[in-house]
Design a protein around this ligand. Structure first.
Ligand code: FES
Length: 284
């Protein structure tokens, strides 16, 4: 982890749908970055009087110290990954911070801390991966797919979104993940409780060596139920997205209950085994 200045190369709206916009930000770091692992994130200083930094997933890594971030700006946060036990100060800071980030222009500078957290771990022996993305959960999974295909693993990506306009554009998937078979499911219901992308699991889960997911808590709960119905015993790695204070393990603002005790999402996570989280304790 280090703190560095980064220049914005571009910061543009990727897609819009009722209640939310996704932004893609390309940042040029002023120094060589260490090896980044899919699932890791950075904390960005947003300025404008916000105190806390904003955690953003690394979406892609480009040559010459350029990292790409994908983040969502919402008008009601109903379509975004849910967060647990958030405190109002953090929530207000996050919303204001995201708005400020979306206004930054080319050549503006941002203060970054990262890379942070423990990312996804691919087993060397695995040949085929199943990725399950709910909404903005595509952010770290595209990076994982890119890395996996560069290691000659085959990847199936199940992508879910509430609205057609909320689906990550296929045209923006890089060439290296051409092998990805994308199945899009549209959840037109008013809540994520059905987690429709998870309805696809029975069809795909047993044909893959490893499963990785990123999405809202309701999707994980639906996944856990489905996997237990299927008696699926292999580890499933999920990335938790929660509101954060410091981002590097000091404030305990991101703590969650797991079967191994209290863990900090920013430090011990954000990637966990789905079975390690006590989901009843995680508030939507
Ligand atoms: S955000 Fe401070 S400990 Fe995780």
């Amino acid at each position: 982890m280090k703190q560095f200045k980064a220049r914005i190369i571009s910061n543009k709206v990727l897609l819009r749908y009722p209640g939310a916009e996704y932004y893609l930000m390309d940042l040029l770091a002023d120094d060589k970055l260490s090896e980044l692992i899919p699932g890791q994130f950075v904390m960005l200083k947003c300025g404008g009087g916000t105190i806390l930094r904003r955690p953003i997933s690394i979406h892609s890594v480009k040559p010459d110290n350029v990292i790409e971030l994908l983040y969502a700006l919402s008008s009601g946060d109903q379509s975004l990954p849910s967060h647990h036990q958030e405190n109002d100060a953090i929530k207000t800071n996050n919303e204001k911070g995201k708005k400020l980030l979306s206004r930054l222009k080319q050549n503006n500078e941002v203060d970054v801390i990262g890379p942070l957290g423990n990312g996804y771990k691919m087993c060397d022996r695995s040949k085929s991966l199943l990725l399950v993305a709910g909404g903005i959960g595509i952010a770290p999974l595209r990076f994982l797919a890119e890395r996996a295909t560069s290691m000659h693993k085959s990847v199936t990506l199940l992508m879910g979104a509430r609205y057609q306009d909320g689906l990550y554009p296929r045209s923006l998937l890089p060439e290296t993940i051409n092998m990805v078979n994308i199945v899009e499911t549209i959840d037109m219901h008013s809540s994520y409780s059905k987690g429709m992308v998870t309805d696809l699991l029975p069809q795909y889960v047993n044909d893959h060596d490893e499963v990785f997911a990123c999405g809202p808590v309701a999707m994980y709960k639906a996944m856990e139920e489905k996997l237990s119905e299927l008696s699926f015993e292999r580890p499933v790695q999920i990335s938790l997205e929660v509101r954060m204070g410091c981002g590097f393990g000091v404030c305990y603002g991101c703590s969650i209950k797991t079967r191994q005790g209290i863990k900090r999402v920013c430090k011990e996570g954000p990637v966990f085994n789905i079975k390690d989280i006590i989901w009843q304790e995680v508030k939507l």
